[in-house]
Design a protein around this ligand. Structure first.
Ligand SMILES: [Zn+2]
Length: 222
């Protein structure tokens, strides 16, 4: 049930308090009273920070991540809680908050940042891919899930600084789909951006293969 009909078939409720959501707010993730408690989302400022970290022309995010709180719990459920449908729902929300690149008239494709196959096998899915699927519904574009491949597995980069991370991820990603035409604009999708090292490494791999990397979008900026 991967098609666009799932949101019609399933009852829609707030991801935080489980209250029913009215049908006309199909893309909303939370009810008004829950969303009112969220911190300022700082999306415009966040995209400036992201552009600086990755030197990419297009950058966007859904919200700024705090160490505690509901949004952090939502990310945990997406990443470790096995909730791929929640990831898709958040992706759809993201696509309604951030307009599709209006300045780019060529076809657009979303490329999720890949997990190493072993990690994906353990987790059962790649959360970035499901965010991309939700986003693609809102933006009406394709998702190329296997365009990139992660070559090695590392336990975690949490706690590392940018220099360490850049060194580790530099040649970590490889383009798997040379079939993507060079005029197709590619936007990378991930759940969280921390130092930007991962998005940079993926973007550089795309550029090295002669592909048209436009930038990246993440649900959260850490
Ligand atoms: Zn609620």
């Amino acid at each position: 049930m991967v098609g666009s009909g799932w949101s019609v078939l399933l009852p829609r409720h707030c991801a935080v308090c489980n209250a029913w959501l009215p049908a006309e707010t199909e893309w909303m993730i939370a009810c008004d009273s829950c969303a009112l408690d969220w911190p300022e989302l700082h999306a415009g400022f966040g995209s400036m920070v992201m552009k600086e970290r990755c030197r990419m022309p297009f950058a966007a995010m859904g919200f700024r991540l705090r160490t505690r709180g509901e949004l952090n719990a939502q990310l945990g459920a997406i990443k470790y809680g096995g909730n791929r449908w929640l990831a898709k729902q958040w992706g759809n929300w993201l696509g309604h908050r951030v307009p599709r690149l209006a300045s780019y008239s060529q076809p657009l494709v979303l490329v999720p940042v890949p997990l190493h196959w072993r990690k994906q096998w353990k987790r059962g899915y790649n959360q970035a891919e499901w965010i991309a699927r939700g986003l693609s519904q809102a933006w009406r574009c394709e998702v190329a899930s296997s365009a990139l491949r992660r070559l090695r597995h590392h336990s975690s980069m949490t706690g590392m600084n940018r220099v360490d991370r850049v060194g580790i991820v530099r040649d970590l990603y490889q383009v798997e789909s040379p079939g993507l035409a060079s005029e197709i604009g590619i936007v990378l999708v991930d759940d969280v951006m921390t130092t930007g090292a991962t998005l940079s490494a993926c973007g550089n791999a795309l550029k090295r293969s002669g592909l048209n990397w436009l930038g990246g979008i993440t649900l959260a900026l850490a």
